[in-house]
Write a protein that binds this ligand. Structure first.
Ligand SMILES: NC(=O)c1ccc[n+]([C@@H]2O[C@H](COP(=O)([O-])OP(=O)(O)OC[C@H]3O[C@@H](n4cnc5c(N)ncnc54)[C@H](OP(=O)(O)O)[C@@H]3O)[C@@H](O)[C@H]2O)c1
Length: 237
């Protein structure tokens, strides 16, 4: 398989890239940190295509996809994983703005560019890494939870669109992790999965072409409870 992962220089994206490369797939990896792209690529020469890209630079996103397409001949799977989340109890505007620019504007551009690429190819699998946080407001970082709710809703729209198409075979998967042990989840202590386990479960869910998958699986229980939770409980979280 030929794979493109937006945001693969650390955490979940890096673990996904490594597991796919170790399985013999070719993986284009992006991120802002050139040294991390070089370090990962050096571990299995010939398996990776490193592309330096800031997902907020939306005018460059199509050319990232074209670069992977020209190198591999085609792309079978695009995973949009790039994301940031910072505590923002004070509702500091620069933090709000950077989360929106990355998780909403940058991610939407990558998802639409990926979907349109697959439309031209008449097939492909588009995956986004949203979050269990998409299911509820988060007082500690309101724009993070809101951006993930936006992503989950947007992925549902793409899933409906893909399901309706008769001439295209495009699969759409929304991955919703709970806590995974990465830099982004520092400080979180509840049911934190190690990154390799999370990546393994994500790869399985992608293989099964799931519409939505909670990672690790037990977070599906939390999701179930959140959807039924009386609003007064939210004040205690
Ligand atoms: N860890 C968790 O508990 C958890 C839970 C639910 C959902 N998630 C989601 O999972 C995804 C990955 O997070 P993680 O936990 O693995 O965090 P991480 O270790 O901080 O990794 C984030 C990745 O996103 C990339 N990225 C961030 N901003 C970018 C930008 N402007 N342009 C391009 N790439 C950018 C980073 O690359 P560069 O820094 O090199 O640009 C890095 O590769 C995120 O979307 C996050 O919201 C994580």
């Amino acid at each position: 398989m030929n794979i493109l992962i937006f945001g693969a220089t650390s955490g979940i994206g890096q673990a996904l890239a490594k597991q796919y490369a170790n399985q013999g797939h070719r993986v284009a990896i992006t991120g802002r940190r050139q040294e991390k792209l070089d370090e990962i690529s050096a571990q299995l020469p010939g398996s990776y295509l490193p592309i330096r890209h800031d997902i907020r630079n939306t005018e460059q996103t199509d050319s990232v996809i074209m670069q992977a397409h020209q190198t591999f001949g085609s792309i079978d799977l695009i995973i949009v994983n790039a994301g940031i989340g910072k505590f923002n109890l004070e509702l500091d505007w620069p933090v709000c703005e950077s989360v929106i620019k990355t998780n909403v504007i940058g991610v939407t551009k990558a998802l639409t560019a990926g979907y349109n690429y697959f439309r031209q190819q008449h097939q492909g699998h588009l995956v986004n890494i949203s979050s269990v946080a998409s299911l509820l407001g988060g007082a500690a970082n309101p724009t993070y939870n809101a951006s993930k709710a936006y992503q989950a809703n947007f992925m549902e729209a793409l899933w409906i669109k893909a399901s309706k198409s008769k001439k295209n075979k495009i699969s759409v998967t929304d991955i919703r992790p709970g806590f995974v042990d990465t830099k982004l989840a520092q400080g979180e202590t509840f049911w934190k999965a190690d990154v390799e386990t999370a990546a393994r479960q994500i790869i399985k869910a992608i293989q099964k072409k799931k519409k939505i998958a909670y990672i690790t699986k037990r977070w599906a229980l939390v999701a179930w409870a959140i959807k039924r939770m009386p609003k007064f409980v939210l004040k205690k979280i």
